[in-house]
Design a protein around this ligand. Structure first.
Ligand code: VAH
Length: 317
């Protein structure tokens, strides 16, 4: 049985849905820090879980006979700069609890998300290579870089089949992102539909690696289903789909939303974005497990706008 920790988050919610479609609803136990009443009416089976409580995690995994864990609980880059201690604790101690329990329960596989945030200001800006990430300058990036080495350590020392992806900024309409620097690229759609304008917290020209959520979910399932012996990278795989600036995204949205107006008011998140690469080289993912993105900017904008209006959960938030 599969346990998804952080099942109410931006990635966790969609990953849970995809796993339930693939393996059957009752083979996928959703877990999050929220009370059951806040977890979403059709989100069952569900359990309230604090990944910082190692004893509770171990007991749950034993009782439910968990054989795979997807750990999506994390504090993202923007919140991480405001709550450094919490970001380090949840992102790293939460991972260590999970890795340790996975070994104790002799689990088959573990998935853990890293991020392009592991690259720092001195990494190449274009096509940043897979090679060991360089000097992240955010608490979030530091926690993800450290986590990658822990994943490789548990693979080498305990034979744990833990796999990881360095997600770019992810864009989706089914569940709101929480505390990221790339969240502008999600908020912009909701504001474009409701107000026909958006005030962007990053300045024009801020190029960032991005990916549409369907591609990110497919990449995760494809990585987890790849033969273990094919996976040469046991820190975390670079993953790439597209890169764009706020004005490029605004231009594409403007083709669908008449008179859409984009203005700029950069805040502390500009420094975070400036420390990250413009684009990522995902050569190893393409070679080791045949990764290939399907959504570019045009397709993503079209699909987002055909869904945001109707299923706009944020407008109810
Ligand atoms: C963030 N969405 O903004 C996350 C992601 C690459 C960015 O890690 O923090």
């Amino acid at each position: 049985k599969i346990l998804v920790i952080g099942a109410c988050g931006q990635i966790g919610a969609e990953l849970t849905e995809a796993l339930r479609q693939k393996y059957g609803r009752y083979q996928v136990l959703a877990a999050d820090i929220r009370d059951k009443s806040q977890a979403g009416v059709d989100n069952y089976p569900y359990v309230k879980l604090d990944v910082m409580n190692k004893a509770q995690l171990l007991m749950l995994c034993r009782e439910e006979n968990i054989t795979q864990v997807y750990l999506l609980a994390a504090v993202l880059s923007a919140t991480g700069e405001q709550e450094p201690a919490l970001a380090w604790q949840l992102n790293v101690d939460g991972l260590l609890n999970t890795l340790d329990v996975a070994v104790k329960c002799e689990m088959e596989k573990v998935f853990w998300p890293s991020s392009i945030a592991v690259f720092g200001p001195d990494a190449p800006k274009q096509h940043s290579p897979q090679a060991n990430a360089s000097s992240p300058s955010t608490v979030y990036g530091i926690s993800k870089a450290a986590g990658e080495y822990w994943c490789r350590y548990y693979h080498e020392k305990h034979g744990l089949d833990v796999r990881s992806l360095r997600y770019p900024g992810l864009i989706s309409y089914k569940s709101p992102p929480g505390g990221g620097t790339t969240d502008y690229a999600v908020d912009i759609f909701h504001k474009a539909v409701s107000d026909q304008r958006y005030l962007c917290f990053l300045k024009p020209g801020t190029m960032l690696p991005m990916m549409y959520m369907p591609d990110a979910i497919r990449a995760t399932l494809e990585l987890m289903n790849a033969p273990s012996e094919k996976l040469r990278i046991r820190t975390s795989y670079n993953l790439s789909a597209m890169s764009f600036t706020p004005e490029e995204l605004g231009q594409e949205i403007g083709k669908h939303i008449k008179d859409f107006k984009l203005d700029y008011l950069p805040d502390f998140r500009q420094q975070i974005a400036d420390s990250w690469p413009d684009s990522i080289d995902d050569y190893d993912a393409r070679v080791d497990w045949a990764w290939q993105a399907e959504f570019g900017l045009r397709e993503m904008v079209g699909d987002m706008l055909s869904n945001v209006g109707s299923k706009d959960l944020l407008s109810k938030a």
